[in-house]
Design a protein around this ligand. Sequence first.
Ligand SMILES: Cc1ncc(C[n+]2csc(CCOP(=O)(O)OP(=O)(O)O)c2C)c(N)n1
Length: 415
Amino acid sequence: MITEQLAVSTIKGLAIDGVQKANSGHPGAPMGMADFATVLWTKFLNVDPDDPTWPDRDRFVLSNGHASMLLYSLLHLSGFPVTMEDLRQFRQWGSHTAGHPEIAQARGIEMTTGPLGQGFATAVGMAIAEEHLRAVFGPELVNHRTWGFVSDGDLMEGISAEAASLAGHLGLGKLTFYYDDNHITIDGNTSITFTEDVAGRFAAAGWHTVSVDGHDRVAIEEATREALVVADRPSLIIARTHIGNGAPTKHDTPGVHGSPLGEEELRATKELMGFPPDEPFYVPDGVYEFFSKAMDRGRAAHAAWEERFGRIDAATSERWAGYFGAVSVRLEAPEFDGKIATRAAAGKVFDQIAEKVPGFIGGAADLVASTKTAISFSGGFSKEDRAGRNIHYGIREHAMGAITNGLAVHGGLRP
Ligand SMILES: Cc1ncc(C[n+]2csc(CCOP(=O)(O)OP(=O)(O)O)c2C)c(N)n1
């Protein structure tokens, strides 16, 4: 069996080669996040590369989508339908490996990301979807986690503050984010823009937080295990990393954020890793096996789920199809006495849809009285009642948009 370090180096090598070949892209963040990415993907994430859309899989969102070569490398090495040729075609017209990830769940890309902060809020929506569906079907059929990575830029964006506040309020205990705390953005060090106490802010919003050296994989694993135990709050693992980690002269510099390393620095980086400097897209012997073996955990979880799913009774099977299958419903024109405001009429139609479409879920940003976007016969989705179908977003419209996307792309619900 190869060492974990070799797996990390392979990811870094693929990421910097992809960017170099395209002569465009972001090598720094993948290099800085490769350590915690390897820990998460090989030790915790429950996904099945042979069936990437299995409904009870863990969800993973790379909110700092500019680090896309990290995601593509992980998917490729883990055996998802992302080929070596796809990696070589990074950022080329028509390729599957766009500069920023574009949703392709059959290939393991859960959500389009790139606009900073949006992926984080989308993941909050996925976690809400999981909580709701678990309340409906029970943990035998729905019981997965939502994981993601965020950067300084993600956490500076207002949308992430809204989403973090709501996630903490709702106590979304199966949501865990790793924060790539590298102190670098495009314009320089975060000392010029972002000096707040992020851990304190998230703790105040009701999150469990833990700070680790982002290149100490043992500490990262421990912090992740700690997050798994905290069931009543979402977790933020603050990983102090170094952008461009492993690049001898460019690490810790803003220049490595969004430009290729350059031939000279790339060769030096490869030499430091003990890789042949003139062999791009190098995957040492044993690395595919290392990732494939790690994926056996997800494959086994999937097989166990299929086994349980195979034993459900006819009523549950029908109910499942109502959520996860295609539905065709006929709506009747509602009857009104005299004149009615269009939004009030829409509210009546919502109720009708909600009766016929069980996965219909939604809410408002503190404006139900005006918008009438509520299901009159259902309660609110809350910490105490995950079965409620009315989501009280509070006055957080920007997050509401992305969370709605998360509910939709999760599957099973129709927000
Ligand atoms: C909403 C939004 N605004 C601006 C950008 C452009 N942009 C991409 S990355 C980035 C900031 C980079 O800093 P960080 O998020 O810390 O990433 P790192 O430097 O660690 O790679 C910016 C401003 C964007 N992608 N999305």
